[in-house]
Design a protein around this ligand. Sequence first.
Ligand code: CA
Length: 505
Amino acid sequence: MIPLFVRVHSKDNVAIIVAPEGAKPGVRDEDGFTVRDQIPQSHKVALARIERGAPVVRYGQTIGLANRDVEVGSWVREEDLSLPTAPKLEDMPLSTSVPEPLPSLEGFTFDGFKNADGSVGTRNILGITTTVQCVAPTVDYAARRIKAELLPRFPNVDDLVAVTHGYGCGIAINAPGAAIPISTLKYISTHANFAGRPLVVSLGCEKLQPSRLFASILPMLDEGNVIRLQDERGFGASVSAIMEVAEKRLVELNRRQREAVPAAHLSVGLQCGGSDAFSGVTCNPAVGFAADLLVRAGASVFFSEVTEVRDAIHLLTPRAVTPDVGRKLLAEMQWYDSYLAGGGADRSANPTPGNKRGGLANIVEKALGSIAKAGTTAIMDVASHGQKVTSEGLVFAATPASDFICGTQQLASMNLHVFTTGEGSPYSLSLVPVVKVSSRTALAEKWHDLIDVDAGRIATGDKTIEDVGWELFRFMLEVASGRKTWAEHWGLGNALVPFNPGPVT
Ligand code: CA
């Protein structure tokens, strides 16, 4: 029999309803607890009487203050909670409770593509990068022809991905914020799944010249791989030029073979999107368990989404491996507070109507569920917006929470992506495999041909967090070795959207 509700922490005075059809007034559980209202699945029920002004507690933390008296057994809705103030960034405990390293995990491998720089690809992809949006339709046209006419002759090459985006010109390229999209595009262009080297298509007159895009790694910029459309004699010649260089590159890529490498060569970016109140008790803790396994295997695993970390920062800074890493975490929170304030907003702008329909009352509850993805190990480093993750172990890589912007920024560092969802999103990326984990079994059943792993079985008691964590870890190794995710099966890849906090001219 499935439980009536899931309570996360012994201090909690609210829990979430498990049954897909919700709970009706008068329903009792084995202990005689009685529901007073009609409460939808994943929404909160009061486990005790909560007086007006008293804390509403979930995950052992205050998620809001009751703005009316709440009777035991009644539905605790979004509008019943006042948003508490965000944790103050001053006087935060730094590195005060650093977890002991977990025992190392040996013997797990995947079959990947070794690169000259020591990185390992999970896919063997021909990359065509672009310096400006103006060339994107021409590149897309050439890409369609390459896929149809050339790619079938090169069976060891998995795909072709055009790195097209909305950046590159009409921007204040020397403004401080410009460094973020430029470095994001640089790292995507030299991605492990492109064997570290793309073709480059430039217009000619744009602000983001190829020499600027690759400024810090100019030796990467092989002029033979750069096509400037303004140097070509018309559209047909432009397409031919791209196809000619692409064919040479395909010959090289086709010689590559998968080889067994330790799981330590994985670099996994974690993200959630379309979260619901189950996310924090099913998929995110299971991903957190898998994150611990990755850390134990010597891999790199990182979590992001500043606004979904901000309200739980007091739980993270004690886990920073050194006070300096703790201060870097705080600096990222401060930077984003200022960024939002500059736009006349704050972190309360984060939750979506879907999050609220899924039972998440506010950003505090969302953040407490979101950080479960980060598992239990020490935070070894912090990468700022646009920086590449270079440390092994658990890292915080600052990004916005927006799925496609976060994913674009995480691409700088990851060769595998894990995405958890409660309401459901078909979001994916073309350059790395995206493993989708659902918070509820109902979603996994409804979207049977999009969800790769169902963590909803944790809520119904059919599986434990550890079971699903191990299942996900093993699935990641299979996917890294070439097994296709559902999103890859359908060829889904969202547009790349580099985060540009700088001005447009
Ligand atoms: Ca997100």
